[in-house]
Each structure stands twice: as structure tokens, then as C-alpha cells.
Design a binder for this molecule. Structure first.
Ligand code: ZN
Length: 161
């Protein structure tokens, strides 16, 4: 999926696409949360803004532990993954006022996982009409707001909760 009107992100996007290794393992090890769009660090899981969002405010919750197997999460990881998912919904409701949400885990490339080595829970805010916003380019979405702006708004609300 490509994004229009976000030229300031192109360097970042190119860098990410060319990156070897696992972003869900590598990014939390760095001390660059704002640059990496990491919103929150929990005990076993963390939250990161999707740099290739389906919609503005598209968040992902992932365990720190590298695993592609949903059924292998232990009880602590499973609980925190979904508790943080709940907090994401709560914060996004306040910040972005979406009309609905999709929450889901894509296991395997055939299921739509763009990155299938390290499982993550997607939290995607939805608005009426967002699916046919750009009918001419089926694979292109307009993201009206820059990622940093979205990140800062969500972070501000997250810290109030
Ligand atoms: Zn990983």
C-alpha cells in the first residue's frame, strides 16, 4: 500500500522497506521512541503507530518476544496484548472520533500479514466512506495528516488516561 501526500515520510518509508531483521524486535531496543513512533512500552508488549497506515491512527500492539505463533503467547502476553488493544481503542475514540474499528491479527502472508515473522494486533479506526476514498487508485490511500502529528496527538491523550 502506498500513501499519497506524505513526501516527508518517504525517506523513512524507504529505509523501513529496505531494513533487514525485525522491526518489532529492533525498534524497542533502540532509544528513539518518538522517531520509531513507539507510543507505549508495557511489561511484555508495546504499542507502535503503523508507518504504512490503513487509516490515520492505525496502531499495532506486539509482544517484545519474537514469535509468529499466536497460540504460543503466554497468559501474561495474551492479557497485555489485548488490554493494550482496549486502551488503544479508548484513546483513539477521544483523539480521532472514529465511527468504528477493526481489530485483528493477520497470521501468515496469505492472511494479509505484510510482516509475518512477529505477530502484532492491528487497531484500525474506521470512518464512513473511508474504503472508497480514492476509487481510482485501489492500492493508494490518502493520509491527510502526517504521522508525527497523529503520533503526538495520541501520545498526549495516552498520558492523560
Ligand atoms: Zn521480532
Amino acid at each position: 500500500m502506498e500513501n499519497l501526500f506524505a513526501p516527508w515520510r518517504m525517506a523513512y518509508i524507504s529505509a523501513s522497506k529496505n531494513q533487514e531483521g525485525c522491526i518489532f524486535c529492533d525498534f524497542p531496543k533502540e532509544d528513539r521512541d518518538e522517531e520509531r513512533l513507539i507510543l507505549h512500552r508495557g511489561k511484555t508488549c508495546f504499542i507502535i503507530l503503523n508507518a504504512f497506515p490503513y487509516n490515520p491512527g492505525h496502531l499495532m500492539v506486539a509482544p517484545y518476544r519474537h514469535t509468529a505463533e499466536y497460540e504460543h503467547l503466554n497468559d501474561t502476553e495474551m492479557l497485555e496484548l489485548h488490554r493494550l488493544g482496549g486502551r488503544c481503542v479508548s484513546v483513539l475514540k477521544k483523539v480521532m472520533g472514529p465511527q468504528g474499528f477493526n481489530l485483528g491479527v493477520n497470521l501468515g502472508k496469505v492472511a494479509g500479514a505484510g510482516f509475518d515473522g512477529h505477530l502484532h494486533l492491528h487497531i484500525v479506526p474506521r470512518w464512513n466512506g473511508d474504503t472508497n476514498f480514492m476509487p481510482v487508485f485501489s492500492d493508494v490511500r490518502v493520509i491527510a495528516e502526517g504521522l508525527e502529528t497523529t503520533y503526538k496527538k495520541i501520545l498526549e491523550e495516552w498520558r492523560k488516561e
